[in-house]
Design a protein around this ligand. Structure first.
Ligand SMILES: N[C@@H](CCC(=O)N[C@@H](CS)C(=O)NCC(=O)O)C(=O)O
Length: 212
């Protein structure tokens, strides 16, 4: 199994968290977003969208490329059910999926590189744009944490919600979001960072990480 990814990409970080949580070995293949390697033909061949992460897996002797972190979560959940990242009840599973989607489709796309570059290209203030959506999104996440959190974002076990929250807070800090205003969320982040699989997935310890 190969993970084409970038150390600072929050969607890549999500998938690393799921892989390390489940103890699935994988080869780390860096794709530098800084150098524009996501647009090269080799990477577009893996994912025509030109985004990371891409997980390359083998199924029935065939190599298959999977993109979109939440679709990859689904694949890993079905393929490696022994250490689940979703709760048992159908309603709770839907609630965890909903939190993951809030981050995946409601926050991260607004501070994605391609989005911010385009906002800048058409004369907008891309940093103010990103901060607006990050702060709105964190407010919603905080309200959900008030309802659902235990030790982690949904109850007392680590789930997809945490696989998305921890990278989202990392990304929010990069783009100037007011993370300190959400102590409920940073407490969950701290609890997550105590876990060995979270430490292993952190951007700073990846092979392509650059010094601050
Ligand atoms: N929803 C997708 C998002 C993928 C995505 O936005 N990837 C970003 C990095 S986090 C990317 O590759 N951006 C490259 C670019 O904008 O050029 C997922 O969950 O995998």
């Amino acid at each position: 199994m190969k993970l084409y990814n970038y150390w600072r990409s929050s969607s890549s970080y999500r998938v690393r968290l799921a892989l390390h949580f489940k103890g699935v070995p994988f080869e780390y293949v860096p794709v530098s977003l800084l150098k524009g390697e996501q647009h090269e033909a080799a990477h577009r061949g893996r994912n025509p969208a030109g985004y990371v992460p891409v997980l390359e897996v083998e199924e029935s002797g065939r190599v298959v490329e999977l993109s979109q972190s939440v679709a990859i979560f689904e694949y890993l959940e079905e393929r490696y059910p022994e250490r689940p990242l979703l709760p048992p009840s159908p309603a709770a599973r839907a609630q965890v999926r909903s939190i993951a989607e809030l981050i995946n489709s409601g926050i991260q796309p607004f501070h994605n590189l391609a989005t911010m570059s385009h906002v800048k290209a058409i004369g907008g203030d891309e940093k103010a744009w990103a901060r607006h959506f990050i702060d709105q999104g964190l407010k919603t996440l905080d309200a959900l944490a008030e309802r659902h959190a235990g030790r982690f974002l949904f109850g007392d076990t680590f789930t997809w919600a945490d696989c998305c929250l921890v990278p989202q807070l990392y990304g929010a800090r990069r783009f100037g979001g007011d993370v300190a205003a959400f102590p409920r969320l940073t407490r969950i982040e701290q609890a997550s960072l105590e876990l060995p699989h979270v430490q292993a997935a952190r951007p700073e310890v990846q092979p392509d990480a650059q010094p601050a």
